[in-house]
Design a protein around this ligand. Structure first.
Ligand code: S3P
Length: 433
């Protein structure tokens, strides 16, 4: 059990916020930089535990990568697609599902054997969704329950392209198979029921991978070399989301989010908040390889809405904070088609329903989401993060509408994605409304 945070002040959010670097893009920057030939340089890198685990894994495979904390800059001398070396020991990836799933794809193409493991949460998350198709491509992978759980031992090498039609919309799965496709004979093709975030595809294009789209399939051919990349990583929309949603639901709030990633496959939260009545203005400045801009939000009492399957991939990581917002909105809300939340860092349907109800919310758990009847205020409560960063941060935002103290136990997990959260929260928080 780790640090406890307590918040005992109702309030609103006001001011400017520049979110830390995007987590998904920071992971991929390290991965593609390491596999490229030549020097890549990324600024505004997210120095959260998850991304540092990815960086550490490539350093352990002989890649020269230097992170300069005061400039949030990573410089990577790429080893080339064939230049990774067998690590001296197993690769420990902490809490990071993205590190593990994407690395599985890359390691499937290597000629050395390697074992991947992580913390209690990561070793209980399903991996068959990735190891299954990688085995079809020719990788030999061993682990509990038919390679469903880490530790996973990878014996990669000779891969062949497959057509993989995923039943889930998952960027981690898609990316793992496409990364393996860089090494596979023939063409590797992936299709998903709905588009998930496309950061890997965008970076493949920027790095000159043999990647193309055809009739709804994402296709990659064995690639000889990747070009190095250099760019400023956009601010993380999913980190900013706590303050966007918090500001939107609290009358009297006014927040401006600067240099934030606006990839349309990530920003579903904005459409939902607008549907609930929120006042939001978005100004896009173009930036490659990802759109970036500014978001202005003003608070008011919102009305309930429904979120169903089609919208889920574009706001998958924002559902915990949306549950907080819905719990405080006028009338009823419904989230359905979100069964993937049950296999995130914790079961986020259970963690958020339990916590918000403890604080006076009226939520009913469903197998694939929840039903919510809005209340005007929360009351004080003692809750758990369940080891999940987004559950912890969503409850911190709930405290702004609580008559009483919200005590959140086990909050060290916040550092997996957003080490500066508490400081940012304190600096945006203003007195009671
Ligand atoms: C991510 C994809 C999503 C998301 C996760 C990051 C990525 O997971 O929830 O936080 O960087 O590819 P799934 O692919 O499991 O939906």
């Amino acid at each position: 059990m780790t640090r406890t945070l307590s918040f005992n002040q109702r309030g609103v959010l006001a001011g400017d916020f520049s979110p830390p670097g995007d987590k998904s893009i920071s992971h991929r920057a390290v991965m593609l930089g390491a596999l490229a030939e030549g020097q890549s340089e990324f600024t505004h890198f997210l120095d959260a535990e998850d991304c540092l685990h990815t960086l550490g894994a490539f350093q352990a495979m002989g890649v020269q990568a230097v992170y300069t904390p005061d400039q949030k800059r990573v410089r990577i001398r790429g080893a080339g697609l064939q230049g990774l070396q067998k690590p001296a020991r197993e690769l420990y990836l902490g809490n990071s599902g993205t590190s593990m799933r994407l690395l599985l794809g890359i390691l499937a193409g290597q000629r050395f054997d390697c074992t991947l493991t992580g913390d209690d949460s990561l070793t209980s998350r399903p991996m068959k969704r990735v190891t299954g198709p990688l085995k079809q491509m020719g990788a030999q992978i061993k682990g509990k329950d038919g390679a469903n759980f880490a530790p996973l031992s990878m014996h990669g090498g000779k891969l062949k392209g497959i057509d993989f039609e995923n039943h889930l919309a998952s960027a981690q799965v898609k990316s793992a198979i496409l990364l393996a496709g860089l090494y596979a004979d023939g063409v590797t093709r992936v299709r998903e029921p709905r588009a998930s975030r496309d950061h890997t595809e965008k970076m493949f294009e920027a790095a000159g991978a043999d990647f193309f789209k055809e009739n709804g399939w994402l296709c990659v051919r064995k690639t000889a070399r990747l070009n190095p990349l250099s760019f400023k990583i956009p601010g993380d929309f999913s980190a900013a989301a706590f303050f966007i949603a918090g500001a939107a639901m609290l009358p009297g709030s006014k927040v401006r989010i600067n240099h934030v990633g606006l990839n349309p496959l990530r920003t579903g939260l904005l459409g939902v908040l607008e549907r609930m009545g929120a006042t939001i203005r978005v100004e896009t400045e173009t930036a490659l390889p990802e759109p970036v801009g500014t978001i202005l939000v003003e608070g008011k009492r919102l009305s309930g809405t429904r979120i169903t399957g089609a919208e889920i991939p574009s706001l998958i990581d924002e559902l915990p904070i949306l549950m907080t917002v819905m719990a405080l909105s006028e009338g009823e809300s419904l989230i359905s088609g979100a069964e993937e939340l049950r296999v995130k860092e914790t079961d986020r349907i259970l963690s958020m329903v339990t916590n918000l109800n403890a604080a006076g919310g009226e939520l009913k758990e469903l197998p694939d989401g929840c039903m919510i009847r809005g209340v005007a205020r929360f009351h004080g409560a003692e809750v758990q993060s369940f080891g999940d960063h987004r559950t912890a941060m969503s409850m911190a935002l709930a405290s702004l509408a609580a008559d009483g103290e919200i005590v959140i136990h086990d909050t060290d997990c916040i550092a997996t994605s957003f080490p500066g959260f508490q400081g940012a929260f304190e600096s945006l928080r203003r007195g009671a409304f």
